[in-house]
Design a protein around this ligand. Structure first.
Ligand code: 5RP
Length: 228
């Protein structure tokens, strides 16, 4: 099984958790795409789906899934989403797809959050994958200087790198900038997350801690279910 087959298997396993009438959060990224496709194939009645990005919204619309605004549904029964790293206790790094802010809002509104991933995403310690930090454009350089101060307090020497595509800074769905930090290792994710979040210009970061209720990790031997 290659990684894409595993993503498909994890997506299908998560789609089997959805029941008619549920309010469902739809994640973002290549693994979440498999979930959205598998969910649409089930043709369940009375679903209301809240997408975590414009990209997911477009796909769900194309597949005929009924969409709703987060504020219109209030709380969700289930959210299914991918991750860039799945660490001990189901601590996650997310945000390579740039949707971390909407993802976190949707996760926090959900009674049950299921992370889906291929086997390569499992790690013993977070930080090998870059950590995204979403920053408001106004005064971004000052905010980045303050992010560097926080990183050095945590003995992380890496400089935040502005995410860009073909030389143009990437903007999130909320119009903000993304800075990726190659931490290397994150020894205290909760403390680092809290320190980053305390900075005024930081909108959100990609550490998802104490949010995932379970993870469905696809391996060559089948889909493994992990709990915190
Ligand atoms: C998007 C995300 C994605 O869920 C995460 O990057 C995993 O993506 P993929 O399933 O493509 O590996 O957090 O913001």
């Amino acid at each position: 099984m290659n990684a894409d087959d595993q993503k498909q298997a994890a997506g299908a396993a998560a789609a089997a958790l959805v029941e008619p009438g549920m309010k469902v959060g739809l994640g973002t990224g290549s693994t979440a795409v498999w979930f959205v496709r598998a969910l649409a194939e089930r043709r369940l009645e009375r679903l209301r789906c809240v997408p975590t990005s414009e990209a997911t919204a477009a796909l769900a619309r194309e597949l005929g899934l009924p969409l709703a605004e987060l504020d219109a549904v209030g709380t969700l029964d289930l959210t299914v989403d991918g991750a860039d790293e799945v660490g001990p206790g189901l601590a996650l790094i997310k945000g390579a797809g740039g949707a971390l802010l909407r993802e976190k809002l949707v996760w926090e509104a959900s009674a049950r959050c299921v992370c889906i991933a291929d086997a390569s995403k499992r790690v013993l310690r977070l930080g090998a994958f870059t950590l995204p930090v979403e920053v408001v454009p106004f005064g971004a350089k000052s905010t980045v200087n303050r992010i560097c101060d926080v990183l050095s307090e945590f003995e992380i020497g890496a400089l935040p790198r502005l995410r860009s595509r073909e030389g143009v800074p990437v903007r999130t769905d909320g119009g903000n900038l993304l800075y990726d930090v190659a931490c290397g290792r994150i020894d205290d994710p909760a403390a680092l997350g809290a320190a980053l979040k305390s900075l005024t210009g930081v909108v959100e970061h990609g550490l998802f801690l104490d949010l995932a209720d379970e993870a469905l990790i696809a391996t060559d031997a089948g889909v493994e279910r992990l709990t915190p």
